[in-house]
Design a protein around this ligand. Structure first.
Ligand code: SF4
Ligand code: SF4
Ligand code: FES
Length: 245
């Protein structure tokens, strides 16, 4: 006998003055290989076409289907119902602006964060399109590639105690971004330049180090290593700055 799954879903439309935050329940018969993504689409098609949630790729690539599943941020398309109990509570990711129901605006948050950390290669070299491409050491290229795998789902931000307490905390995803440029030989920024951005409570020194971010990252990014790497680097830069004064 297939299980009957009960979905308790947060509902609220901030655009509608008559809408009030509440939970709605939907019951579905579980099918083979059902994911939360499939379940939500069935609910929308068969029971309530007004249910809002985001998705695009269904393959853990676009990062748009992040939500809180029984208290834990994760991707709906990556979450199999067989791994969940019969009662499933779904909430939108906190920290981000709510669009409606389970849909949040991660795009605006990420754009702002990228501007704050100046998420681009800083170089004084001008681009010469006729020049032969410069080679990069394989090991370094792989290191950069590893850190570039982030799909901007926002799960690490939603799971972060500091980000939930402080609006201005950059979060593990931004610190990972800085770590990515710090290892890139094309970026001419110095440790002192990075210190200006993250050597404070909004950055690496605001991180409590409990690593909820790494626990929930659906791409298994090595956030713990990057936070440790930056903490050491910025700690040394702070001491050097102190003695230079
Ligand atoms: S380790 Fe730092 S960035 Fe990660 S969840 Fe904890 S406070 Fe947030
Ligand atoms: S670091 Fe991981 S959890 Fe955070 S936004 Fe990127 S993919 Fe998502
Ligand atoms: S739909 Fe793209 S990551 Fe889930």
């Amino acid at each position: 006998m297939p299980r009957l799954l009960k979905f308790n879903i947060f509902r609220y439309n901030p655009q509608d003055p008559g809408s009030k935050p509440h939970m709605d329940s939907f019951v579905l018969e579980e099918t083979d290989s059902m994911t939360l993504f499939i379940a939500l689409n069935r609910i929308r098609e068969e029971q309530d076409p007004s249910l809002q949630f985001d998705f695009c790729c269904r393959a853990g690539i676009c990062g748009s289907c992040g939500m809180v599943v029984n208290g834990r941020p994760g991707l709906a398309c990556h979450t199999k119902t067989v791994d969940l109990p019969g009662d499933v509570t779904l909430l939108p990711l906190p920290v981000f602006r709510l669009v409606g129901d389970l849909s949040v605006d991660t795009g605006a948050w990420f754009r702002e964060m990228y501007n704050k950390v100046e998420s681009w290669i800083h170089t004084s070299k001008s681009f010469d399109q006729s020049a032969v491409e410069e080679r990069m050491d394989n090991e370094v290229a792989e290191q950069i590639y590893e850190l570039d795998r982030c799909v901007e789902c926002g799960c690490c931000v939603a799971a972060c105690g500091t980000a939930r307490l402080r609006d201005d905390f950059l979060g593990a995803v931004a610190l990972n971004r800085i770590a990515r440029f710090a290892v890139d030989p094309r970026d001419e920024r110095t440790d002192r330049d990075y210190y200006e951005i993250i050597g404070n409570d909004r950055g690496i020194f605001g991180c409590m180090g409990l690593l909820a971010c790494e626990d929930v990252c659906p791409k298994n990014l090595p956030l713990q290593n990057q936070l440790g790497f930056l903490r050491r680097k910025m700690g040394i830069t702070a001491i050097k700055t102190l003695f230079r004064r």
